[in-house]
Design a protein. Sequence first.
Length: 564
Amino acid sequence: MTKKSTALAIKYRPQIFNEIVGQDIAVETIYNSIKSNKIPNAYLFTGIRGTGKTTLARIIAKSLNCVNGVDKICKDNYCEHCDSIFNSNHLDVLEMDAASKTGVDDIRDLIEFSRYPPNSAKFKIFIIDEVHMLSKQAFNALLKTLEEPPEYLKFIFCTTEIKKIPVTVISRTQRFDLLRVKSETLFDFIKEIKNKENGKASDEAIKLIVKISEGSVRDALSLLDRGLISCSNGEELNLQKAQKIFGYFDKNFIIELMEKIFEGNEQSVIEMYRSIYNAGVEPKVFLNDFLEVLYYVKNISSIKVEGNYFSLNNEEFSKIEKISKKINPEILLLFWQFSIKALDELNIVSNQELSLEMFLIRLLYLKGKNDKKEYNEIEKNNLSQNELLTKKQDREIENIANNKQSFEDPNFKKKTISQIKNFSQKEYIEDSSNINKIQNFININSLDELIEICNNKKEIKLKYELENNVKLVSFESTKIEISFNENLDRDFVKNLSSKLFEWTNKRWVITFSKKEGNPTVKQVAELSEKKIYDEIKQTKIYKKIESTFPDVELINVIKEENNK
């Protein structure tokens, strides 16, 4: 490892095979091929940034040309070849950046240079970094030399985007996929470097560095360097300070925020998000972390907290596990969809803070008041989701018995209870509970009325589908015929049928038609708006403004209220 630089990522850059971190299989294979003199014409290294691609290429160049051989590559006291390679001025080892030299002329110069044998070394070696940046013509010019090079010539390619390299090139190389370094391995390495630098950093802070680096050794060293520099007078880099330095906030905030959403506490949700925003957290960072926590809540049963897994600590794991038992998975999947959509919306809004606040409010309404009551009942009585459904079902049956309702009544048919499919349980509860609520049933006579009812009932997902993805063919009492576009949710018919029965106490038939159908509600609104815009643009006053200001653009039309 070089000691000349003060930057840790350069200072501790590996100089021999044994110093490379987390790529044991690739290192062993390359070492054995060189030792047994079965060296390929070209190597191809691919992987994310900071996993050792260029470093490994330089070590191969040293091992092929070192006067001491592959078993005793110079580590400190360099021979003339190793010293020149280390200082990037060896005449026979050419390192080229394909990002700045992408053309076919650059490759032709390279091929011309390759025709001459090495000046002093055993092998002439071309290291081409970011090789995927070469043009198609450049790759084609390289093919013949790559397939049958002189014995003294070796190519080493490095890339982060393997898919951009032609198959004809890949097939002429020996490919090595350098993996993300495992968390446990990277943790031990960073801790060792911290001790060598006489730095002070807690294990929790180092774990955070490992998590943020995402398996990149260079990123981890750069973060450690930054963290140690920020601590003066023997101060320790603890977790709290590391979070501030790296712009990372505690995942516990999001877990608590999610709990408030499930409880239906709108004021607390907004206050918590504003405190997160005021701490300097970017909206996109917040949403990505929110998605990460959603993933854990949905899949916590298949995740284990072990020494090589630093995304969750024990406290966070316990909290998420507790929440997961109380939430219907269907709600979590809807939350995921809305969160992904909110990420797209951030690119088109000017005030991202307000957009995220409205996103959180939408999640509150999407959850629904009944679901909030269920969550609170689960919390209070320490029940699981299935236990709550069973309890509600027993309560409904008891109510029906008290009202002397016969179980043979055609309006009440007991359905098989499935502890796995909660939808069947919910459907049964809805059917049975509606028996005593006839006075609340409503009539629905048109699509517009149905959309308005969805809005009043806070069924935002159904309202969205009806407005954006449904083309009406016909609407009759208890029968709806529609066509649809490819974006329609696959559970739309099931969900709409269930809600229509709940609201009207009638079985509705929803059929798909081969007819085109009317435009969607959204399309009608857009056409209406376009018509108004076109009419405004034909007026004399607009044409006069347009002649004065040629680049004028009509953004909005506000209809003036007549108060007379």
